[in-house]
Design a protein around this ligand. Structure first.
Ligand SMILES: Cc1cc2nc3c(=O)[nH]c(=O)nc-3n(C[C@H](O)[C@H](O)[C@H](O)COP(=O)(O)O)c2cc1C
Length: 117
């Protein structure tokens, strides 16, 4: 994460929130960088969320809050970065979700190139 130009964090939605694994990563990384608050400054951050039905937005927002408090830059997409599916591979049937992720990927690349210029 320290070396990366961009950080993409993905989580399933569990009871309307990120997974405990993602929360642990954010808590540990967030705690460590308090010692050097500019560690993630100007890096690009994007959250990607899987959901069966509801609770995707709180999860998405919570991950974005980690980027924001670390002075990172968040690119948008053509929708919020949420893919619908219960089991592995289900998301491929979520046409809009798939397009959102493709647009997000392009926007991340565009933004990183601009920042690195
Ligand atoms: C413990 C648990 C809690 C879940 N809570 C929600 C929820 O609040 N809303 C929802 O739409 N889907 C919920 N789901 C469904 C998952 O978000 C969905 O199946 C996801 O694709 C699972 O990703 P994973 O296989 O990486 O765990 C839950 C699944 C589990 C196992």
């Amino acid at each position: 994460m320290v070396k990366a130009d961009g950080i993409l964090l993905g989580s399933p939605t569990y009871f309307s929130m990120m997974s405990p694994e993602m929360k642990a990563l954010i808590d540990r990384a967030g705690f460590v960088v308090r010692a050097q608050p500019d560690t993630f400054k100007f890096k690009v951050g994007a959250a990607v969320v899987a959901v069966r039905r509801a609770g995707g937005m709180p999860t998405f927002n919570a991950i974005n809050n980690f980027f924001l408090i670390n002075q990172m830059i968040i690119p948008g997409s053509s929708y919020w970065n949420i893919g619908v599916g219960r089991n592995k591979g289900d998301v491929e049937a979520d046409e809009e979700g798939m397009k959102t992720m493709e647009d997000l990927g392009r926007n991340i690349a565009w933004l990183i190139k601009k920042i690195k210029k």
